[in-house]
Design a protein. Structure first.
Lengths: 220, 385
């Protein structure tokens, strides 16, 4: 088992992270696989491929997809359908259709991975805020497999754990991700607030956290 | 559908339109005298020197910034603020593009279209007529460091309609090799820097000329950019070059230009992040910060009072707050405060119109009855949140 953090990444997060580059030399396009043990589910690979076909995809997104297929560790649990049917469905308020299939499979694999000793802790990386609030967070509370992060949380962790990522790089990464409309700012949107207001608040929140980490870095 | 018959309550139309009136003529300023004075003071300060200024106007969403831009773009409303002999400014209001990819071109296009290409052509034509063609060309060359770009601006004022039309095409599109050969241009407009050089050049022309006048003193150009907070949806790769280009425009136009940005923010503590939203290049240039503070109940009351009386019809036999009385209006504003709805003009408009509509719906207004505090308390306001 690697000492790197185990990540089960969702399609949307991979697409979002393809916008972020760190100045870490020749591996700048591959930093995700270098810093984390990323697992690749069949469902996510297929979703990512559909995502690339559906929209006018940027070249960096295609590069991330190629890299994901090559570098991430393929992981498949045979009983995924059974886990969905017996466990996930209780938390999922709709019939198990194609909607949220990726997120359902991610959490099924996360639970199964800890149960079978594939890993003892893992992070689900997803920017699907609706899936997070609707069912993922509830399952996380009942099955202690690890945690659920969005890409902004991942950048905070990266800045905390890596000395070769500067404050400015991390701040720029956060600013880039906050600008993406497909990353929800709903959590920050109070009554009477505009979408821009909510995004500014989200940026402010993550920037404050980043500054706290920077303070810590002056101590240890 | 609204139940309101404004005439029945002796008002000439709705004073509480939620969407700001984009017509500058006839716009009134109601209440909020502190906000008004802040902008007036900034305008006076801008006129105290020739130097180009950058101003930032901040408030919560619905705080009246767009209204202020339109109100102060009407030269009748600022005549008293200008020094004697100073020509009235030329004001343009543009909306920040929601799309970061083409933001610079969109900015350029909106400004030209805001001024109107015909007006620019008219000013250059008048300049050429007054100064002679050669003198005008040389003068335009001093406005920009590029001879080909100066020539394109100069061609806008050609008396030959085909030439001036082609010049207007070159302003918006890529210059063809045929056009370059025809007009002996070493190059056309190639990038954002070129477009902003053209803008700066046009501002300088318009500072001195219009289609039938040469100003004895330079005229100031006021450019209002509304909803600048939209830059939060631009990535650094988009907002940094865009705002650097705006800064270049400011720097290329060192005199008689004023760039005013309207920025909505719910939490003024977040102002520290301004630099990462509009870019350091631009935030460094801000010389005036105007903040429309959250209104108090007294200010909101005065705002509604002023609006009602500005729209009042002929019949003056009414309570000054008709169809409200002071107590019921203040009760409504208190309800808003209790619901933690900021007393921004847009929210006040929404709540006041809702109550008047409900009063008509329940036939309260029959026989010129007044809206009471009890009626205010009887409504649930759920549809407004």
């Amino acid at each position: 088992m690697s000492n790197r953090i185990n990540i089960l990444a969702d399609t949307n997060s991979l697409a979002h992270l393809s916008n972020v580059q760190f100045n870490i030399g020749k591996n700048s396009d591959n930093w995700l696989w270098e810093y984390f043990e990323v697992f690749r589910l069949q469902t996510i690979t297929q979703e990512f491929e559909r995502n690339l076909k559906r929209k006018r995809s940027k070249s960096f997104k295609k590069r991330t997809h190629r890299s994901f297929k090559k570098e991430a560790t393929f992981y498949h649990v045979k009983q995924v359908d059974l886990i969905e049917e017996k466990i996930i469905s209780k938390y999922y308020n709709k019939p198990l259709g194609s909607d949220d299939r990726g997120e359902r499979h991610l959490i099924a694999h996360a639970i199964a991975g800890v149960k079978t000793g594939k890993f003892n802790y893992c992070i689900i990386l997803t920017d699907d805020y609706k899936a997070f609030t609707n069912f993922l967070s509830k399952i996380k509370n009942d099955f202690s497999f690890g945690d659920i992060w969005n890409v902004l949380d991942l950048i905070l962790h990266l800045y905390l754990s890596r000395s070769n990522i500067s404050f400015e790089e991390a701040r720029n990464a956060i600013r880039t991700l906050v600008a993406l409309s497909s990353i929800s700012a709903k959590k920050y949107k109070d009554d009477g607030m505009t979408e821009y207001d909510a995004r500014i608040k989200m940026f402010e929140d993550y920037l404050s956290k980043l500054e706290e980490i920077a303070k810590l870095k002056t101590i240890i | 559908m609204s139940n309101i018959n404004w005439n029945l309550i002796n008002l000439n139309g709705s004073p509480f339109s939620i969407i700001p009136d984009k017509e500058t003529k006839g716009l009134i300023w109601a209440g909020f005298q502190t906000n008004k004075r802040q902008i007036e003071s900034a305008i006076k300060n801008i006129y105290s020197s020739k130097d180009t200024k950058v101003a930032l106007n901040i408030s919560r969403w619905g705080g009246g910034k767009t209204h202020a831009a339109y109100y102060f773009s009407n030269n009748n409303n600022i005549a008293d603020l200008l020094p004697n002999e100073a020509p009235a400014p030329l004001s343009v209001i543009i909306l920040t593009s929601k799309e970061g990819n083409d933001a610079a071109y969109d900015f350029f296009k909106k400004i030209i279209e805001g001024i109107t290409i015909e007006r620019i052509m008219g000013a250059v034509a008048f300049m050429r007529e007054l100064e002679t063609d050669d003198v005008a060309l040389n003068k335009i060359k001093t406005f920009t460091s590029s001879t080909p770009l100066a020539k394109i601006v100069w061609l806008l004022g050609s008396s030959n309609e085909d030439e001036s039309f082609e010049a207007s095409e070159m302003i918006f599109n890529v210059t063809t090799s045929t056009q370059r050969k025809k007009y002996k241009l070493a190059r056309g407009i190639e990038d954002t820097t070129d477009r902003f050089k053209i803008l700066s050049c046009i501002f300088k022309v318009l500072s001195e000329y219009d289609s039938d006048i040469r100003f004895a003193q330079p005229r100031k150009i006021f450019l209002w950019m509304d909803e600048v907070e939209a830059l939060i949806v631009y990535t650094p790769k988009q907002y940094i070059p865009f705002t650097q280009a705006i800064r270049e425009l400011v720097d290329m136009t060192p005199t008689d230009f004023c760039f005013l940005m309207n920025f909505s923010l719910s939490d003024y503590d977040n102002l520290r992040t301004l630099e990462y939203i509009i870019g350091k290049a631009l935030s460094d240039r801000i010389s005036h910060r105007i903040i429309f503070e959250e209104p108090t109940l007294v200010e909101a009351d005065a705002y509604v009072y002023d609006l009602l009386n500005e729209y009042r019809g002929d019949n003056e036999n009414h309570e000054p707050y008709f169809p409200f009385v002071k107590e019921s209006l203040d009760r409504l504003l208190t309800v808003m405060e209790e619901k933690q709805v900021p007393l921004m003009p847009r929210n006040v408009n929404k709540y006041v119109e809702y109550v008047i509509d409900a009063a008509f719906g329940k036939n309260i207004m029959d026989g010129e009855q007044l809206i009471s505090s009890d009626f205010i308390n009887s409504l649930d306001y759920k549809s407004l949140t």
